[in-house]
Design a protein around this ligand. Structure first.
Ligand code: BG6
Length: 490
């Protein structure tokens, strides 16, 4: 386990401090970091929200939620007492800036220490809250602001948010979070590519046939249906998580892990994406929506039923063929798919290498499959390389693919920290390499806007898929047209 160093004393204000993200992710993450001794005794967490809650009511809510959301056996009464001493609640309405006295008082006298405002709220509140911090003179030299996704719903709204926040904070104080960048295996992608000399010569068009990215979930949209219906899978997952994975996979080697070195390389990938518009939307993308079905033997309802039959053409599944127009990747398709209520929660990147140029094994008897490199993101994080080997025995030359398999949890034998644990520590340390810069977010939206417009102009249909499947048939057809198939189907 890497050595854990405590971060300097801080005041962390969580706007939306009683909301779902704070309760399910942020506070459990901070609790874990506290248990590992990374928070100094005087560091404080201030929950801000518009409700009028007493300190006791707030602590009772956090305690109940930690008990429910921490892993089994992780809640400890003694530690909770210590952790609760750093928590406090302050009422602050995003639009009533004159009424922030509880927050102003809570922060008073601590102007020199690290001050982080985490906006776990709807994006429409980002500008008003940044402005409230400025109006109340709460922005110091050591201040940072963290913006949760979604950052807008298109390029224009993202720009408006960026402009509004940019009027109050410098770009190097703004941390736009994409929690996929905090996942251990996503970072392992960097370790795999740049900590080994083996792969780099193969990481290009001359050796790779195509790459598949799958981020599949087996849950439906559940309680978020109203929100989700305005968003859909393309904006919710592709604009951020999947494009970030593509960037880390496809970027040129950065000169260092320095925040701008990495982000400068990622933005070049985004700018090299071949546009998808009305001309090629139908042939390059698939939209799907789940219907009734069964997951792990349990019957589940369809999306429209969850929406109480209001009718909707929002996609809960997207598959697309992405092309990167540069020297390294020209001609190599990247197939992406993500969806809700699929067969399993399963995320991975599969790299299919080129066929051998000439088989010395007579075709009718032996089948030489291309090598596959699977980077499993979740669950069971690890890397698997399939190679052809000879079946043992004197009977002839039978070939079969076998796997060189590395499971990270078995190898390292430690609990995998949640992405938010790492990202919160990075903010507190002032390292923004794992956060998105303004130009990245806007370049991603520009590409996504093209697809959405393409769908509207070409009247692209939403295809139904049965819950518990791998998505609509059209998703398989997308690859079938190119003589390929998804590797995980079955
Ligand atoms: C969020 C999306 O960003 O990521 C959710 O808004 C999705 O719809 C979630 O369920 C998936 O995250 P993870 O870490 O469970 O893969």
């Amino acid at each position: 386990m890497a050595q854990l160093v405590p971060v300097d004393p801080f005041d962390l204000i969580i706007f939306g401090g009683t909301g779902d993200l704070a309760m399910r992710k942020l506070l459990p993450a901070l609790y874990h970091r506290d248990c590992d001794g990374q928070l100094t005794p005087d560091s404080r967490i201030i929950a801000a929200s518009r409700g009028a809650l007493s300190q006791e009511q707030y602590l009772a809510t956090v305690e109940a939620s930690l008990r429910a959301n921490l892993g089994e056996g992780d809640f400890d009464d003694k530690h909770w007492k210590k952790f609760s001493e750093r928590l406090c609640y302050a009422r602050a309405d995003a639009f009533e800036h004159g009424d922030w006295t509880e927050l102003v008082d809570a922060l008073g006298g601590n102007e020199d220490r690290i001050r982080v405002a985490y906006l776990a709220t709807a994006p429409s509140l980002f500008g008003p809250i940044a402005n409230g911090l400025k109006t109340n003179k709460l922005i110091t030299e050591a201040s940072r602001i963290v913006l949760e996704k979604p950052l807008g719903r298109d390029l224009q709204s993202a720009r408006e948010i960026n402009n509004a926040v940019g009027e109050c904070f410098r770009e190097n104080q703004i941390y736009r979070i994409d929690h996929y960048l905090g996942k251990e295996t996503v970072q392992n992608l960097l370790a795999l590519r740049f900590g080994n000399s083996l792969f780099e010569p193969l990481w290009r068009r001359s050796a790779i046939d195509h790459v598949q990215f799958t981020v599949a979930e087996n849950l439906g949209v559940g309680g978020r249906v109203e929100f989700y219906d305005r968003v859909g899978a393309l904006r919710d997952m592709v604009q951020n998580h999947l494009l970030q994975l593509v960037c880390l996979f496809a970027m040129e080697p950065p000169s260092s892990l320095d925040q701008n070195a990495v982000r400068d390389e990622k933005i070049k990938v985004l700018r090299s994406l071949k546009p998808i518009s009305a001309d090629n939307a139908q042939s390059s993308t698939v939209r799907g929506q789940y219907t009734d079905g069964a997951i792990k033997g349990k019957t589940v309802t369809g999306y429209l039923d969850e929406l109480e039959d209001k009718g909707s053409s929002t996609e809960t599944f997207v598959a697309l063929k992405l092309e990167i127009e540069n020297w390294r990747w020209s001609g190599v398709p990247f197939y992406l798919r993500t969806g809700k209520r699929l067969k399993a929660k399963h995320s991975e990147i599969v790299v299919q290498f080129q066929d051998v140029p000439h088989s010395i094994f007579p075709e009718q008897e032996y089948n030489v499959s291309p090598n596959l490199l699977r980077i499993r993101l979740q669950p069971d994080e690890g890397v698997q390389l399939s190679v052809m080997a000879k079946e043992p025995g004197p009977g002839g030359f039978e070939l079969r693919p076998v796997s060189l398999d590395l499971s990270f949890s078995e190898t390292f034998g430690v609990r995998y920290p949640d992405a938010y644990e790492r990202l919160l520590m990075e903010v507190l340390r002032g390292n923004s390499a794992l956060f998105m810069r303004r130009d990245e977010v806007e370049a991603a939206w520009e590409w996504i806007d093209g697809i959405i417009e393409g769908w509207q102009v070409s009247k692209q249909k939403v295809e139904s898929y049965v819950s518990g499947s791998w998505g609509p048939t059209a998703s398989s057809m997308l690859l079938d047209r190119d003589g390929r198939a998804w590797h995980q189907d079955g």
